[in-house]
Design a protein around this ligand. Structure first.
Ligand SMILES: NC(=O)c1ccc[n+]([C@@H]2O[C@H](COP(=O)([O-])OP(=O)(O)OC[C@H]3O[C@@H](n4cnc5c(N)ncnc54)[C@H](O)[C@@H]3O)[C@@H](O)[C@H]2O)c1
Length: 434
């Protein structure tokens, strides 16, 4: 096979979300890019310089090299495809591969001899070769490793993290043909300056990605479990973590709500893959349950607090509704679920998210029912769910502005210092680490 894409790659990026957009921006510095998304609204926004994902690298791109499009016909000129479409779970926590299959069908229509398709979407082992490859072959009438190459390179982007950017994070690449792997390497090595790690099989690379996020989920579950235990005996979990971290091989994870599109989803891909192999993964399964339960543990703290008090029109404020700190992604937000549960119980719930408010226009703020910090009414319970930098800077006066005397602050992310805690206590405001 000749390798058109090595001689002069024209790269089509399929799916322009949190992952696809940074990929377009970085690759545009070296290559001609067809930036394709099936959602015309998203493409129109990107053309008008609007990025609702607030991707850091978005402004640093070579516009001359990019064709933004929602018209699949533009893929005609592509000879290297990078797939960045969502791979969520359905209501039963089973892998939902519908976007991946739709994107595969679109690519197959424009696949040519000598082209390469690299999947970057997170999947369970076997998906690329057993599910996507047959579809590409069937719809294109071409044969993998004879007429085109198929590869996998898991994305490791971490929204909100300005240190670990796309280009300075190590990248795994895999292909079922050594010539194809050389081809992918020749393009990817220009972008991923920290280094490329070659996988001997696509399956290993797929497995590595789901393992990375499953490991985080399991470790956070352990922290959530012991946090509840330590709390019962008034042991400060964060002091325990500080002490335990002085051992060279202790891994520092912290308790918290686990939402978002990756850590709370990818373990289900591994669980599903295991069941196809006739295995169950008890540890991974129970860890998912422990982390899903975290929201209810916070709810119970609130219920216990109100049980001991007679308060008319009890008001609760939640700080932080994105799934993690310093990003604007609301997918699978546990704060929003928490707020819905509290509202169902009849409490007045106010939501504030400093990152969303500083980032977006009024309509986004209104759409999500957010209240600006200045307009928050004093509440009986304040729950700090997300450690946005803006919340870490709050002072005693700020807290006193938004909570009543004799109120409770549930500091889920441990952002309130010991000194601030005792100052708040002096003002009859109790803080517990939720
Ligand atoms: N978001 C992250 O931080 C992150 C990190 C690592 C890996 N991943 C993985 O990367 C993949 C993409 O995630 P994301 O967060 O960028 O998703 P996203 O929802 O932000 O963006 C996906 C984009 O793909 C588009 N799309 C959907 N189906 C399409 C189709 N058939 N053809 C063309 N476009 C289509 C959507 O309109 C959307 O704009 C997922 O598998 C995810 O698990 C995400």
């Amino acid at each position: 096979m000749t390798m058109d894409s090595v001689v002069k790659p024209t790269i089509a990026v399929i799916g322009l979300g949190y992952v696809g957009l940074p990929v377009v921006c970085e690759f545009s510095k070296y290559f001609t890019i067809i930036a394709f998304d099936c959602e015309p609204k998203r493409v129109a926004q990107l053309k008008s310089n609007i990025d609702i994902t607030e991707t850091a690298s978005y402004k640093r791109r070579n516009e001359i090299n990019i064709k933004w499009t929602s018209d699949a016909f533009d893929l005609e000129n592509a000879n290297f495809f990078i797939v960045c479409v969502p791979t969520p779970v359905d209501n039963d926590n089973l892998p939902d591969l519908s976007c991946l299959l739709a994107a595969t069908a679109t690519i197959a229509r424009y696949l040519k001899y000598g082209s390469t398709v690299v999947y970057e979407s997170t999947v369970y082992p076997g998906t690329t070769e057993n599910i996507c490859q047959p579809k590409l072959e069937e719809y294109s009438n071409l044969k993998a490793n004879v007429d085109f190459f198929i590869g996998f390179s898991p994305e490791r982007l971490c929204p909100g993290d300005e240190i670990h950017s796309l280009v300075n994070t190590d990248k795994i690449i895999a292909c079922s043909s050594s010539l194809g792997l050389e081809n992918i390497h020749s393009i990817y090595h220009k972008i991923y300056i920290n280094g490329l790690h070659l996988s001997s099989s696509i399956k290993s690379a797929e497995a590595a990605k789901v393992l990375e996020n499953t490991q985080r989920d399991v470790n956070i579950a352990l922290m959530n479990e012991v946090h509840e235990l330590f709390q019962k005996d008034e042991i400060d979990t964060y002091e325990v973590l500080r002490l335990a971290s002085s051992k060279w091989n202790f891994c520092n994870f912290v308790p918290g709500l686990v939402g978002g599109h990756c850590i709370s989803v990818d373990p289900y891909y591994l669980i599903n893959y295991a069941s196809k192999m006739g295995l169950t993964l008890p540890l991974v399964t129970i860890s998912r349950k422990v982390n899903e339960e975290k929201k209810n543990k916070i709810l119970n703290i609130v219920f216990e607090f109100f049980k001991s008090k007679r308060i008319s029109n009890p008001t609760i404020t939640i700080l932080g509704i994105t799934y993690k700190e310093n990003c604007t992604d609301l997918r699978n937000s546990k704060s929003l679920l928490l707020s819905e549960d509290l509202a169902r119980k009849g409490y007045i719930v106010q939501l504030n998210d400093v990152k969303l408010i500083e980032t977006f226009a009024t309509d986004t703020i209104v759409e999500n029912g957010l209240v600006t910090f200045e307009k928050l009414s004093k509440s009986d319970v304040l729950i700090i769910c997300v450690a946005h930098d803006g919340y870490k800077r709050l002072k005693l006066a700020d807290y006193k502005q938004i909570v009543k005397d004799n109120s409770l602050i549930i500091d889920v992310k441990n952002i309130i210092s010991a000194d601030m805690r005792s100052e708040l206590l002096d003002s009859k405001i109790n803080v517990i680490k939720g």
